[in-house]
Design a protein around this ligand. Structure first.
Ligand code: FES
Ligand SMILES: [Fe+2]
Length: 346
């Protein structure tokens, strides 16, 4: 597969950040598996309903725990039935038996060797958030956007996987002047001139704002054209505003070096039919429009990209700002030296 053609140094994951990895409502009584950062992760709920994220490979002999079941808040491996509590401890080894001092007692004695590798995860705003990076005494707060609706009553959430590296997926999200070309059948009449266009960087936030309009040789009259604003909370959180009442956000996270998962949510604060409208908006976006993005991004060479891989123009300022930020983060990561990832949750 072409994803193996990624150049040396590319495809590194940005560490020390929160990523949205799943729709929390998908994690119910059954365990759920997601693949992120080249790691298969199982999500389940402990006896209090709190979310647990752990490496999916069973510590015993590696079977995928997501194929098992949850019993009393512990995940049971589908292979030999070993059970692991939400705190990661192995609490049952059925083949050892209770009467022979095995089972639970022996499992307790098994200690770290048979414990789950857990990740820092949170449930917030209906999403599962994963901390990808070394454990710290205090983790930064979960990033969110100002001015978003207070709850998910009028929202719909969906997810897709793109056969596109993370940096290219983020380029696609931050880019606006592709719209009249890559989405031509769906947005007839949108102009190709991006003017005005403004990009501001504040800490790890990139604000972009502009108007896509027809090039009539005149300065912008303040009215005509298609207004948009995109805000990025580095590395992968985006708020998307394209006029109107719909508020949208998307969160990207690497599946592995060559693929990206996108969770997107639209809010339509309209009584009764708001959620249905949000669903419809997302349906159009992800089944009609976004396949055009994936197609061009997957076709782009080099497969992954950074500051040097492209020849940027003024209208790429948002994309360039993201690449610069990524380069600075990766440089700082490398300077900190080799780390052990993933690090177990406390
Ligand atoms: S592989 Fe999981 S219990 Fe044996
Ligand atoms: Fe697009």
């Amino acid at each position: 597969m072409r994803r193996h053609g990624i150049e040396e140094g590319h495809g590194a994951f940005v560490e020390g950040a929160w990523y949205i990895i799943a729709d929390a409502s998908a994690v119910g009584k059954r365990p759920v598996a997601v693949e992120r950062f080249g790691t298969r992760i199982v999500l389940f709920r402990d006896e209090r309903g709190a979310l647990v994220a752990a490496r999916a490979a069973c510590p015993h002999r590696g079977a995928d725990l997501s194929l098992g079941r949850v019993v009393g808040g512990a995940i049971e491996c589908p292979y030999h039935g070993f059970r692991y509590a939400g705190d990661g401890r192995c609490v049952a080894i059925p083949c050892e038996g209770r009467s022979r001092g095995g089972g639970e007692a022996r499992a307790r004695g098994a200690g770290d060797a048979l414990a789950l590798t857990r990740f820092e995860a949170r449930e917030h705003r209906g999403f599962v958030w994963l901390w990808w990076g070394e454990r710290r005494a205090e983790l930064p707060p979960l990033p969110w956007f100002d001015g978003m609706p207070p709850d998910e009553r009028h929202a719909h959430t969906t997810s897709v996987a793109w056969d596109v590296p993370f940096a290219r997926a983020m380029e696609g999200m931050l880019d606006i002047h592709h719209v009249p070309f890559a989405h031509r059948p769906w947005v007839p009449g949108v102009g190709a001139l991006l003017d005005p266009y403004e990009v501001r960087v504040e800490g790890d936030v990139i604000h972009t704002e502009g108007v896509l309009r027809h090039d009539d040789g005149e300065p912008w009259d303040g009215r005509r054209g298609w207004k948009f604003a995109i805000e990025v909370r580095f590395p992968g959180m985006l708020r998307l505003s394209f006029g109107g009442r719909m508020a949208g956000m998307a969160a990207c996270a690497p599946i592995d070096a060559g693929r990206t998962a996108i969770l997107a949510r639209y809010y339509m604060p309209v009584p009764v039919i708001g959620r249905a409208l949000a669903w419809l908006g997302l349906l159009m976006e992800f089944w009609l429009i976004q396949p055009g993005d994936e197609r061009v991004l997957a076709s782009s060479e080099p497969r992954d990209a950074d500051v040097e891989a492209c020849r940027f123009v003024r209208a790429d300022a948002g994309v360039l700002a993201w690449h610069k930020m990524r380069r600075a983060w990766l440089k700082a990561q490398r300077a900190e030296g080799p780390r052990r990832l993933p690090v177990e949750a406390g």
